[in-house]
Design a protein around this ligand. Structure first.
Ligand code: HH2
Length: 273
C-alpha cells in the first residue's frame, strides 16, 4: 500500500488526499486570505477540516504572480499563533514556505509537512528538513513570483519540469530523506503560460521524475480562467473538473480551496467508476 510519511502521520495514498488551503494573507490571488486575523485563520482551518480536508496547508505569504516576498518576521507573526492552535488538532499540518527560518520554527511548533514552492533550492532549507521527519512537497517554479509570469519560456516544458523535480528529489535522497516523505508538484501557474500548464497537465500520467506521488494545485487558478473565461470567484466548477481529472490521472494529493465540493466530486467519481 503506497503511503506518504509526514511527521507522526502515515497517510495512505489508496485514495486521493485533499489538502485544504488556509491563507493567512491579505493579498492571495483568489481572495480567500484571512490577513493577520488569527481567529479568522483558525476558524478557516477548522472549516476546511470539517469539510473533509486530510491535510491543512497553511501559508502566510502570497506567491501569486507579481507578489513580492514577505519578510520572515512578518510571515512568522502571521503563522505562529495559528500553528500553536492547529498543531494540537491531531491532523497533518503543512506549512507553505520556502524560507528555512520559517520551516524551522513551524516544525518546532508541530508542523508535519513543508510545502516548498522552490523545491528546497535553498541548501539551508534542505538542512532544516533533514533534521526532522516531516513530509516534503517539492514544487517546480520558473523564476520568482514577482516576475514569473512576464515571459515564461521553455524548450520542452514537460522534460524541463521532470528534470528539475528529479534533481530536487535526488538532493533530498542524498541528504538521507526517505523517499516516502517526498511528493512532487509540477507547479501549475508558477512561471508558465496556459499552453505550458496544459502540456504539463496532459502529461501527468507519463511524466517521470522518479517514483514519487504527484500533488496537483490548480484550484481557482488563471489557467482555468483561460479555459472558461470565468473570473476567479466563478471558477469552482472548473476547479472541481480539473481536480477530478488530476485524480484520474493518478495525482495523490489535491491542493484545493473548495474542500467540501471536491470531496463530494471524489466520492461520486469513486462510486460511479
Ligand atoms: N499554489 C499556490 C501556493 N502554493 N503550493 C504547491 N505545492 N502547489 C501549488 O500549486 C501552490 C502552492 C497558490 O495558491 P494560493 O495559496 O491559493 O494563492 P496565494 O499564493 O496567492 O496565497
Amino acid at each position: 500500500m503506497p503511503i506518504f510519511a509526514c511527521g507522526q502521520y502515515r497517510l495512505s495514498l489508496d485514495r486521493p488526499l485533499l489538502m485544504g488551503i488556509v491563507n493567512l494573507t491579505s493579498d492571495s490571488f483568489s481572495g480567500d486570505g484571512c490577513a493577520s486575523d488569527t481567529a479568522r485563520g483558525i476558524e478557516h482551518a477548522r472549516l476546511q477540516l470539517e469539510a473533509g480536508a486530510d491535510i491543512l496547508d497553511i501559508g502566510a505569504e502570497s506567491t501569486r504572480p507579481g507578489a513580492l516576498p514577505t519578510p520572515v518576521e512578518e510571515e512568522l507573526r502571521r503563522l505562529v499563533p495559528v500553528l500553536r492552535e492547529v498543531c494540537t488538532w491531531g491532523v497533518p499540518i503543512s506549512v507553505d514556505t520556502y524560507k528555512p527560518d520559517v520551516m524551522r520554527e513551524s516544525l518546532m511548533l508541530g508542523a508535519a509537512m513543508i510545502n516548498d514552492i522552490t523545491g528546497m533550492s535553498d541548501p539551508l532549507a534542505l538542512d532544516v528538513v533533514t533534521h526532522s521527519d516531516c513530509g516534503i512537497c517539492l514544487m517546480h517554479m520558473q523564476g520568482a513570483p514577482g516576475t514569473m509570469q512576464q515571459a515564461p519560456a521553455y524548450v520542452d516544458v514537460v522534460t524541463e519540469v521532470e528534470r528539475f523535480l528529479a534533481q530536487c528529489a535526488t538532493a533530498c535522497l542524498a541528504a538521507k530523506v526517505k523517499s516516502e516523505r517526498i511528493v512532487l508538484d509540477p507547479g501549475f501557474g508558477f512561471g508558465k503560460t496556459l499552453a505550458h500548464n496544459l502540456a504539463l497537465f496532459r502529461a501527468l500520467t507519463v511524466m517521470n521524475a522518479g517514483d514519487f506521488p504527484w500533488l496537483v494545485g490548480v484550484s481557482r487558478k488563471s489557467m482555468l480562467g483561460g479555459i472558461t473565461g470565468r473570473a476567479i470567484g466563478e471558477r469552482m466548477p472548473a476547479s472541481i473538473a480539473a481536480a477530478m481529472l488530476a485524480a484520474q490521472k493518478g495525482a495523490k494529493i489535491l491542493r484545493v480551496h473548495d474542500v467540501a465540493a471536491t470531496r463530494d466530486a471524489l466520492a461520486v467519481m469513486a462510486a460511479l467508476q
